[in-house]
Design a protein around this ligand. Sequence first.
Ligand SMILES: [Zn+2]
Length: 292
Amino acid sequence: MLVAWRSSPERPTSQGKQSEILERVDPTDHSGRTIFMNTSEQPRILAIHAHPDDIEFQCAGTLALLKDRGCHITIATMTAGDCGSAELGPLEIAAIRRGEARAAAGLIGADYHCLEFLDLQICHDNEGRRRVTELLRRSRPDIVLTAPPVDYMCDHESTSRLVRDACFCASVPNYATHQWDPSPPTAKIPHLYYVDPIEGIDYFGNPIPSGFVIDISPVFELKLKMLACHASQRNWLLKQHGIDEYLESCRKWSGRRGAQIGVSFGEAFTQHSGHPYPHDNRLQELLKTREV
Ligand SMILES: [Zn+2]
């Protein structure tokens, strides 16, 4: 069995500087595991989804709240959205969409990275796993938000699987990413959460239950502003569907999630709780939400 490596003060590590700032912070963890967190820095959040605008639709409100609480936020997209136009070629639209994603991230002071996969070509393979693992090692997140395991299209599901794998692989010392200037292994597996699938349904149209809902009402207008940065997609949907439903669909879905906990707007998450990922709900702890 491949065992995830966990840093501890007793264990020698090549990442000596990193280990010095790790402290045991929750000795009563119910699983009996020792939890080490980087307490000398602000909590680090990585939100990674397939395409530019997925993050804004599904978890930008939560990111804005986390930023307010002093967290460091990194937003990443697997692709630059090179298939997101009926008029422009892939290089042209990708350049526009990188700029839109960076502008949206800038509204909450977040870093933005694009992993430069191509639309409809994100595959669950070794090359993809290595590339996403390298991002995990470079961004060193305490919490990761990503695509759900079941969603309406292949890029979303492949992203979910690759990110889940990368959270594990990043802490394995002998796992090589074969990337340029590789970063050292991480000290722990981060808390991993899945955002909603589009419309919250599975392949058969059945609702997929979520773990908990976060009240994003105070920052909902900021979430809409972030989404509105993706002007190319707003126009693309208008051309494809004939109606300007980009912001309105976000308002409706956020309102439905909010109604589940009696607030105006919400975003839902489900925590990955498989072995050996952390089970305590760090995200909920940071934002004090109610389970539904
Ligand atoms: Zn997408």
